[in-house]
Design a protein around this ligand. Structure first.
Ligand code: PNS
Length: 162
């Protein structure tokens, strides 16, 4: 079955920072499940199915190599998904100490719940200021999001705004 990693997130929308983390993870693990999870703490911009479509288009456009599965999970704990697909590792990208503080308790709880370890991935520092919430705000106010997201997202949001 090989080494399997899960890269979870809201991906609302997928950013160049996410793509960087996905691509680096695919370089280490045999199979990478990119899992779109609804985060009730955040007001959503895109429906889950659209986030999946944009992820699919974006990894294709970026030429990410490896065995990638784009999936969604909404019926329970993220670690239940991990157990279901035989993954013992979650990979999270972090940009700053704020992200470390946010991820640490989740990582410990996920390990306690199901023995799933979390590995922190450092993206290219060029992406360290990029977040989906920033992209949502810039897009809502009519700004240029092209430096932060894949072309598929730029095109989709431009189409949607018409
Ligand atoms: O992109 P985001 O919004 O920072 O992603 C956060 C996400 C969805 C990965 C996180 O909220 C999560 O892991 N949710 C799964 C729910 C869960 O299993 N919670 C209990 C243990 S932490």
């Amino acid at each position: 079955m090989g080494r399997i990693a899960v890269v979870p997130g809201s991906f609302d929308p997928v950013t160049l920072g996410h793509l960087d983390v996905i691509s680096r993870t695919a370089g280490i693990f045999d199979t990478v499940h990119v899992v779109v999870v609804h985060n009730p703490d955040k007001e959503a911009l895109l429906p889950i199915a659209q986030r999946v479509r944009l992820l699919e288009e974006s990894v294709a456009e970026a030429g990410v190599k490896g065995d990638l599965v784009i999936a969604t999970w909404s019926v329970g704990l993220l670690v239940d998904y991990c157990t279901e697909v035989g993954a013992h590792v979650i990979v999270k990208g972090i940009r700053s100490q704020v992200d470390v503080a946010y991820e640490t308790p989740m990582a410990i709880v996920n390990r306690n719940l199901a023995g799933v370890e979390t590995i922190i991935m450092l993206p290219d520092p060029g992406h360290s200021h990029v977040s989906s919430s920033l992209v949502r705000q810039v897009a809502a106010l009519g700004g240029d999001i092209a430096p932060y997201v894949p072309h598929a997202v730029v095109d989709y949001l431009a189409q949607r705004a018409k």
